[in-house]
Design a protein around this ligand. Sequence first.
Ligand code: ZN
Length: 472
Amino acid sequence: MAPSRESSSLSSLSPPPEDIRSQTSHDSPAQEAEAEVELVAKTAGNRRGQKRKVETTLKNSKRVKKAIKYEEDAESEAKEPPKHKGLSTKKARVEEASVDEVMAEAEEGNDGGAKVKKVQRKRTTSKKQTNLAALEQRTLDTKLRVGAHSQRKWDNPPMDPEHGALFIDGCKKHGIDPADSCLPHGSYLVNLAHPEESRKKQAYDSFHDDLTRCHKLGIRLYNFHPGNCNATTREDGIRLIAEHINTAHKDPATGSVVAVLETMASLGNTIGGTFKDLAEVINLVNNKKRVGVCLDTCHIFAAGYDLRTPDAYAETMSTFDEVIGLKYLKALHMNDSKSPFTSYRDLHAQIGTGYLGLRAFHNIVNDERLHGLPMVLETPIDSKDGKGKKIEDKSIWAREIKLLEKLVGMDVESEEFQKLEAELQDRGKSERERVGDQVERKKAKAKGMKEKGKGKAKSKKADSEDETSDEE
Ligand SMILES: [Zn+2]
């Protein structure tokens, strides 16, 4: 599996992969979403039978609110009945009369960090967009498949130049900047911390190939799980990851793509379960402009970083800043957690239905330091059709995008917020209880084992993570 080192001409573009992450850019409102539908329709042939996730970029509150407004207008015209209770689109009204508001926009600084730039904006919402479907419709299946390969297979077929060209042209045509609106996800199989030569090469080749594909497509951020040190020491594992990143950076074929390390849910031999792990990798990377972190809300919560109250959130973010540095925060994975705080389990839940709850997401989307960063949904969308058959209900993502947008500027004391919060918590109650009980039983068992001296408190399973998890 030799890494591709061709030039970045369109003819050498490789394929939109079987299951690269899909992404909905909210970089700009309405029009782009339609554009994306178009693009996806053209690449749909490649996406059969794959488990897919929608990645959603929530750009900044200015655009976000504009999109909401457009959506409302369109919706009242389309008179489309909401499909889910509690997240009724009719309730999605964000009041925003013309106001002057200080907004923060992230701007890429020369040091590679996100500088926050204050800009004064006059917001007017009287504009009415016509001929727009409701947001739910527009975001339905609006997924871009961009470079890289299957997340669960080593097989890595070359990129079809046509698909690459389609992606690039589509982005250009619709004003989407893939550089900061796209965040593909690396393969789960790749462990850059593996010390054994052949495994090491396989992991590096795959990592390198992904980076070159991103570069060819104009994508600047590449998210991956750091790896695990099952076969070596933590110190060596961290050193190996940084070495691979350094080696890849030296190859011009990887352009200026940033290696974005994801925060992980579990401890044990997993690397990235603590902010310290990631800081240590970053410390060993020579080109600091090309390394960053993606904060997964479900993962860090499970790993013991709380986000639920404004104080807890502030403390977690200040720990992040002290240990890693906020300038390295390049993106977020927005997931609620079916598993309790410090359970070290990676079980994604729909926004507001898990142990994190709606307030955690309210804290995040109202943090101006994060405005402009890509935010990606990796929430479960399993549902049942009329006959009880299991299906994927992609409209769930559309509603979650809207929900997150709606939280910007919303008063947590308002009736609207509290009603939403209660409805969502109610919806996730049985799953929280089921997983919560499981976690309690496991803890009790581990404690019993420890007391009897029959086992180690840290089970191997925690490292390999749960098979039933929706881990990402
Ligand atoms: Zn994630």
